[in-house]
Design a protein around this ligand. Structure first.
Ligand SMILES: Cc1cc2nc3c(=O)[nH]c(=O)nc-3n(C[C@H](O)[C@H](O)[C@H](O)COP(=O)(O)OP(=O)(O)OC[C@H]3O[C@@H](n4cnc5c(N)ncnc54)[C@H](O)[C@@H]3O)c2cc1C
Length: 372
């Protein structure tokens, strides 16, 4: 089977790797550089807590693969299962957490509930005013700069042809396959996998499939390095989006943070998501509630990235509803980093076997036209 994978972010590189492992002949076409889209901008959270329940089977599949990634790819991509704590500051959020934990249990996600004393003793310095927290011990983080190049390199070793830095001129369905014409030549294959991220809805539209997707840029920041003390990824349960922040400390000592600030609209041409320094004070106020010591540390960089948010906040994954041989995996709504290895493995299974052990029905491309 020949497959063209269009888009070389985490989804495209992981798919190319797993497709090649199953024996496909793969060409991966990326118009910029591998991993330089939303993937490199990610906060790096490998979190299952709070996910839409129907996404949990895919998230579990992905977490298992994150645990194997170093051995599989022959490279440390800084996956660390340090745990994920979400602090709680009010009774309403505690009720929300408990309801979610109960609903998620049958889906295989076990959350521990921590009281204030346990938070202080196990995680000193975090949320001094927190009344409770959820803790997911097997989640953690990874390095967003390393993962897509690592998948691409491993895919290349399995024979995947990687074409970077090209203008993609036309994408056509012809006879029993697809022809993608680029500034570096034309490529043909029986199957086409659309992993074009925030641009994925444009590719789908060329095949008559309409997906309500907005391109938006969440804002991140990072501090100077300070002694390494915070082990887990830290988030919050809150209904107040002005306080919906999160942070983690990398082993080199820098504290990476995000959330709280509005995600601004991004123009897909050229697709550059700019961070806005004016949003930083609001963000830091929210982060300081989780970690008051951040007030004494200098922020050295802010950034953003162009991510596709689908109207119902679920990705598009699976077969095209209009075109045989076309598959989609795009629009990961700000939470695709955790899912990446699982998405690659799942799409490879679907394309190569025409079946899939992970339920994808909620992510169908035609769900909006079906309910219209
Ligand atoms: C700032 C930020 C923080 C985030 N933090 C987290 C987090 O902590 N945890 C989490 O789980 N998720 C997080 N996410 C979301 C996660 O990073 C994304 O969901 C994931 O990386 C999407 O991967 P992708 O491969 O679909 O998209 P991308 O990485 O954007 O890759 C798509 C690629 O397709 C290419 N492309 C587009 N059109 C074409 C075309 N016509 N031909 C060829 N190539 C094309 C683009 O150049 C791009 O490289 C975050 C996202 C952002 C922006």
């Amino acid at each position: 089977m020949d497959v063209i994978v269009l888009g070389g972010g985490l989804m495209g590189t992981a798919s190319a790797y797993f497709l090649a492992r199953r024996g496909a002949r793969v060409t991966l076409i990326e118009r910029n550089r591998i991993g330089a889209g939303a993937t490199v901008a990610s906060f790096g959270n490998i979190r299952r807590t709070g996910r839409h329940l129907s996404q949990l089977p895919l998230a579990h599949r992905s977490l298992k693969l994150w645990g194997e990634v170093e051995k599989m790819l022959g490279r440390d991509v800084e996956f660390r299962a340090t745990g994920h704590i979400r602090l709680i500051f009010d009774e309403g959020s505690l009720a929300d957490m408990r309801a979610y934990a109960q609903a998620a249990r049958p889906w295989g996600l076990e959350l521990e509930e921590l009281g204030p004393r346990e938070i202080r003793s196990r995680f000193p310095g975090l949320g001094p005013e927190a009344i409770a927290a959820s803790f997911s011990p097997h989640d953690g983080s990874g390095n967003p700069r390393l993962i897509a190049p690592a998948f691409a390199e491993a895919a290349r070793k399995l024979g995947v042809e990687i074409v970077e830095d090209v203008d993609v001129e036309t994408i056509k369905h012809a006879g029993s396959g697809f022809i993608v014409t680029t500034s570096k030549g034309s490529f043909a294959a029986e199957c086409l996998l659309n992993t074009a991220g925030a641009w994925g809805a444009r590719v789908a539209a060329q095949f008559g499939e309409t997906v309500p997707l907005d391109a938006r840029g969440p804002q991140m920041g990072v501090t100077e390095p300070v002694p390494h003390r915070i082990l887990p990824v830290v988030g919050i349960w809150t209904r107040d989006k002005d306080y919906g922040a999160y942070l983690r400390q990398v082993e080199r000592g820098n504290i990476v943070f995000g959330g709280a600030a509005e995600r601004v609209s991004v123009d897909l041409d050229p697709g550059h998501a700019a961070a806005d320094p004016a949003r930083l004070p609001l963000q830091l106020r929210a982060v300081a509630r989780l970690l008051p010591a951040i007030a004494k540390v200098a922020v050295i960089r802010t950034w953003s990235g162009c991510e596709g948010y689908v109207r119902d906040m679920l990705p598009v994954m699976g077969r095209s509803a209009t075109t045989p041989g076309l598959f989609h995996a795009f629009g990961f709504c700000g939470h695709g980093f955790q899912l990446g290895p699982g998405v690659g493995d799942t799409m490879a299974e679907l394309i190569m076997t025409d079946r899939c052990e992970t339920p994808l029905d909620d992510f169908r491309v035609d769900r909006f036209s079906r309910t219209a």
